[in-house]
Structure formats: structure tokens, C-alpha cells
Design a protein around this ligand. Structure first.
Ligand code: PAF
Length: 282
């Protein structure tokens, strides 16, 4: 496995693989890799001959008061994990090479509609930052396929739409969320939790599951279910940001006749904001 920091070198290496007609898979990450990321590499390996994992803490997707500076940067450990996972190349560019004219002068990709609401409402500019860097990575690497986690459900919808709208020839693969034994979705931000916060965190998944069960049993008063869930999270000592039942395909608020539903949640434990979701078909 090789770690590459410049686009020039990456393109030269990828050209060699393309000449051999190898299929190239991309796993975009911000590093600090956990089992969830390594599962994405596993999916990419099944569908591609060469797996490029990008590691780039993208400043454009962080708000002014968010954790850009404290976000863990652990390239050495990430390299060891990716080597063991059978990854082929790491692309770890420097921020100044990705945004040579600075963030303020960067052309942006705006994905309307699916970026609205949920995390888009709580984190203004976040999905523009994600959509911009993912489009840039697609253009830099020109992969045949790219794998993203379903844990970031709205992000996956944003990326599917931008790929479709901009006719980018890349297959998008969504991979199921990897969880700890108690149900907590794996996330780099779990590392911020104190032991008390970590012991409370599984209530997010438990509440999503309880709501999913109620929906499967035929409940249609979505507003009531959402209120009950927000109250359960608050009782457990969390500060809920949102808890909503949505149509899985459009991300619009669910209607009684919808059959594919996704329940989306975000909540703070102390200063750490965690997200999760559960999808059902009924
Ligand atoms: O999901 C993430 O880690 C990031 O949002 C992504 C897709 C790598 C873009 O920076």
C-alpha cells in the first residue's frame, strides 16, 4: 500500500492502473478510521480492483464554531489499519493544495432540496462543503465507483443527487451502518465522549428502533412519535437537535401513504453532536 500526497503523483499511478483496465474504487474519508470506514473499504474491494481511500479533513464542511481544529488527525494509525484492510492507495492531500485560492474564493457545488432540513438546517454550509470536496475528489481520482456510509443518510442523498445532476460517471454505493454491540453507530466523534456520555449514547439508536417498531405496527401520527422520541432523548440527558420521520427517497416529511421511511436523528451529548438513522419498508 502506498500513501500519496500530491495529485500529480496520484494521477500518474492511477493512469498505470487504468492502462491495465483495472476498476478503481474510492472511499472518501476524513481519517481517524474505525470499523465503519474499514467496512467501506471492504465493499470497495468487492467491486473494484484498486481501492483509493482519501484522507482529508475538509475545512469547507465545518462551521465557524465546530471541531475543525480538534478533529483527530491520525495518519500513521490510519495507514496501519488500511494496510491490514487490503486498501491499495491512500490519497492524503494538503489543504493548501485542495484550496489553493483559499476557501472564500473556492467554486462551490450547491445541491438544492435534499441539502435542506435536518443536518443542512443545523449546520449551514455543511453540505455545500461536502458536495464541493466530493465533486473535487471525483474529478481528481475519476473512480469507477465510490462507497459512502448510510450512517450519513442525508449526505448520501446529497452525493447521489450531485452525481446524477452533474452527470458524473461514478457508481455510488451506500454501505450499512456499523454499530458497537450496544447499538451506537461507529463514528470518529464517539471518541469525544466522556465515559458517562458514552453510557448514555445508545439511547439514540434505541429510540430510533422503538419508533421504527411503532411505524411497523401501523402508527401514522408521525408528529406524536417524533415528540415522544424527543422527550425520551431529553430524559436520558441528551440535547436533541432533530428527530424526524421522512420519506426515504425524497427526505421530505413522511406522509401516511409512504412505504419507505427513514427516521433521522441528531443529538448532543455535552458538546458532541451525534447522528444516526433507521430505515424501514412497510
Ligand atoms: O463522511 C465524511 O467523512 C465526509 O463528509 C466526506 C464524505 C469524506 C467528505 O469530506
Amino acid at each position: 500500500m502506498r500513501t500519496i500526497h500530491t495529485l500529480k503523483e496520484l494521477r500518474a499511478v492511477l493512469q498505470g492502473y487504468r492502462q491495465q483496465e483495472k476498476r478503481i474504487g474510492l472511499v472518501p474519508t476524513m481519517g481517524n478510521l474505525h470499523e465503519g470506514h474499514l467496512a467501506l473499504v471492504g465493499y470497495a474491494r468487492q467491486a473494484a480492483d484498486v481501492v483509493v481511500t482519501s484522507i482529508f479533513v475538509n475545512p469547507m464542511q465545518f462551521g465557524a464554531n465546530e471541531d475543525l481544529d480538534s478533529y483527530p488527525r491520525t495518519l500513521q494509525e490510519d495507514q496501519d489499519k488500511l494496510q491490514a484492510a487490503g486498501n491499495t492507495l491512500i490519497f492524503a492531500p494538503a489543504p493548501d493544495d485542495v484550496y489553493p485560492d483559499g476557501l472564500a474564493n473556492q467554486t462551490q457545488v450547491v445541491v438544492p432540496d435534499v441539502s435542506d432540513g435536518y443536518c443542512g438546517a443545523s449546520r449551514p454550509g455543511h453540505f455545500e462543503g461536502v458536495a464541493t470536496v466530493v465533486t473535487m475528489l471525483f474529478n481528481m481520482i475519476q473512480p469507477d465507483l465510490a462507497v459512502f456510509g448510510e450512517k450519513d443518510f442525508q449526505q448520501l442523498a446529497v452525493i447521489r443527487k450531485l452525481t446524477r445532476d452533474l452527470f458524473i460517471p461514478v457508481e455510488i454505493i451506500g454501505a450499512p451502518t456499523v454499530r458497537d454491540d450496544d447499538g451506537l453507530a461507529k463514528s470518529s466523534r464517539n471518541g469525544y465522549l466522556s465515559s458517562d456520555e458514552r453510557s448514555r449514547a445508545p439511547v439514540i439508536h434505541q429510540t430510533l428502533q422503538r419508533t421504527a417498531e411503532a411505524l411497523m405496527e401501523g402508527a401514522t401520527d408521525y408528529a406524536e412519535l417524533e415528540q415522544q422520541a424527543l422527550a425520551a432523548l431529553t430524559r436520558a440527558g441528551l440535547r436533541p437537535d432533530y428527530f424526524n420521520i421522512a420519506n426515504s427517497l425524497t427526505l421530505k416529511p413522511a406522509r401516511a401513504e409512504d412505504t419507505q421511511l427513514t427516521i433521522l436523528a441528531a443529538a448532543f451529548l455535552g458538546t458532541t453532536r451525534l447522528i444516526d438513522n433507521v430505515s424501514i419498508q412497510r
